[in-house]
Ligand binder design. Structure first.
Ligand code: BES
Ligand code: MN
Ligand code: ZN
Length: 504
């Protein structure tokens, strides 16, 4: 669902806006007194000041308003055309991180309004790098907090505001930063829509068809393997995982190719359209959220959708490994041995460790056919990663220190925190199989149950020595709360950090 909110820079003054919610950003003060940041010039215009119920410093003191990012207070103001709502919006230190929260809080305050206007809260000098990045973050926060996904016949809560005006002295200078925020948020919303779609509708063919649509709209080459193609080309793992479903698996390749690319990055996404666990069946409590188990594929598709618009200099190929892990007489059995695209055999000791299997096939293909300089996979791979880090942080594994550092840095800029986890060499021994090259889960209890690390070590076997990073987003891929730019349900975590990494 495209954003219900349009956001655009407009010329001032704020008081002339026909909006029914007007807002002033308020920074956290260097001392105990916060300072209002009304415009690029920094002062509240006299005509507006005269209409407020009191001097701004008095209002700030009255409401004990500290200017914390995301803090808001509202009061009515008479602008001579009836009462309108007026808000103070805390913008903290004016950096990107704080402005993202401020944008989200502002969009939440604006729900149910017809039109909202805020004096431009850009940090740093207008048009400067820091200011632009902060404004981009504000737009991301505002649009993503207003994101909604509903299949209800009647909308249940105040709808997002249709129009947000960013009042600036020189609106034209801010168009690019706003557009960038809109593109980054739009890619994330695309991922969220796919993730939030129920699995009754979202089978592998459906997801592949959405990928073809997105690729078509973005002018990208796309290829889809159906079950016969997968059989012909030897994708034994994707076929084995998808074998239990009446709705057969797919592999999708989407390609973004700029002129004279710097390097070739392959992004691999786990696309399990529903994870019952297979014959190693999940209990209902663990199963009920598993429509989100294709988040990795959704994030990869979201990234691909925006690379051309953002002008990435990197060639990027996305591989979506798509299957439904279902429970039936056709399902693979614990103890089966499957053969991946590259010819290695895997003993499947637990059919619920299916993500690493479909990813292995896709990574084998990338190494054999695509000559990548870097491979990054994104997957809701293990409950262990969620247990270790919670829902706020993604688990990052990797074989290349510089790649890992760049991804962590991109996550800091995008507000998607990553924490590097160790690929403990000793634990590699737990993946030994008696009958095959590898087992899909740890076979020894010698080291406890290092679930996220075992999964990562398994994947490393399929990197062919290519620098590789693995984002386990089982925790942050889904939000249980409305918080800052997050809305309940799929988050699209990773989309914005990967886009920053590929375009900055
Ligand atoms: N899709 C799950 C992981 C998951 C758990 C994602 C919770 C999001 C929230 C994955 O396929 C899975 O079932 N992993 C198992 C692996 C185990 C059988 C080795 C797990 O983590 O329990
Ligand atoms: Mn599973
Ligand atoms: Zn899964």
């Amino acid at each position: 669902m495209p954003f219900a909110t349009e956001i655009r820079p407009v010329p001032g003054p704020l008081i002339d806006s026909a909006a029914d919610l007007l807002a002033l950003p308020v920074a956290a003060g260097s001392s105990d007194q916060p300072a209002a940041v009304a415009s690029a010039a920094g002062a509240v215009p006299a005509d507006l000041a005269a209409r407020l119920p009191g001097p701004l410093p008095d209002l700030i003191a009255h409401y004990e308003f500290a200017g914390r990012p995301g803090e808001t207070v509202e009061f009515p103001v008479d602008l001579g055309r009836g009462l309108v709502r007026f808000a103070l919006v805390g913008v903290g230190d004016l950096g990107a991180r704080d402005l993202r929260r401020a944008g989200a809080a502002f969009a939440r305050s604006a729900r149910g309004r017809e039109r909202a206007a805020i004096a431009l809260p850009a940090g740093g000098a207008a048009g400067s790098g820091a200011g632009d990045e902060a404004l981009t973050a504000f737009v991301e926060g505002a649009l993503l907090a207003g994101y909604t996904f509903s299949l209800a016949a009647e909308p249940k809560r105040p709808r997002p505001v249709p129009l947000v005006e960013l009042v600036a002295d020189d609106p034209g200078r801010h168009e690019a930063a706003v557009a960038r925020g809109r593109i980054l948020a739009g890619a994330t919303a695309l991922a969220r829509d796919l993730i939030n779609t129920p699995s009754a509708e979202k089978d592998p063919a459906w997801l592949a068809a959405r990928a073809e649509e997105v690729a078509g709209a973005a002018g990208l080459a796309v290829e889809v393997w159906d079950e016969a193609d997968l059989e012909r080309d030897g994708f034994g793992a994707i076929l084995a995982v998808g074998g239990g479903s009446a709705r057969p698996p797919r592999l999708v390749r989407v390609e973004y190719r700029p002129e004279n690319p710097e390097r070739h990055v392959v992004l691999v996404g786990k696309g399990i359209t529903f994870d019952t666990g297979g014959l190693s069946l999940k209990p209902n409590d663990n199963m009920k959220l598993m429509k989100t188990d294709m988040s990795g594929a959704a994030v990869v598709l979201g990234v691909l959708s925006a690379l051309a618009e953002l002008g990435s200099p990197v060639r990027v190929t996305g591989l979506l490994a798509i299957a439904e892990n279902a429970f039936s007489g056709g399902a693979q059995r614990p103890g089966d041995v499957i053969t991946t695209f590259g010819g290695r055999t895997v003993e499947v000791l637990n059919t619920d460790a299916e993500g690493r299997l479909v990813l292995a096939d896709a990574m084998d293909y990338a190494v054999a056919e695509l000559a990548p300089d870097v491979i990054v996979d994104v997957a809701t791979l293990t409950g262990a990663a969620k247990l270790a880090l919670g829902t706020g942080i993604g688990a990052l594994f990797g074989t290349d220190d510089e790649l890992v550092a760049r991804l962590v840095a991109a996550g800091e800029r995008s507000g998607e925190a990553l924490w590097r986890m160790p690929l403990v060499e000793e634990y590699r021994a737990t993946l030994r199989s008696r009958v095959a090259d590898l087992a899909n889960i740890g076979t020894s209890a010698d080291f406890g149950r290092p679930g996220a690390t075992e999964a990562a070590l398994f994947l490393r076997e399929f990197t062919g020595g290519v620098p590789w990073a693995h984002l386990d987003i089982a925790g942050p891929g889904r939000s249980m709360a409305e918080s800052a730019e997050l809305t309940k349900g799929g988050t699209g975590f990773g989309t914005r950090l990967l886009l920053r990494w590929l375009t900055e």
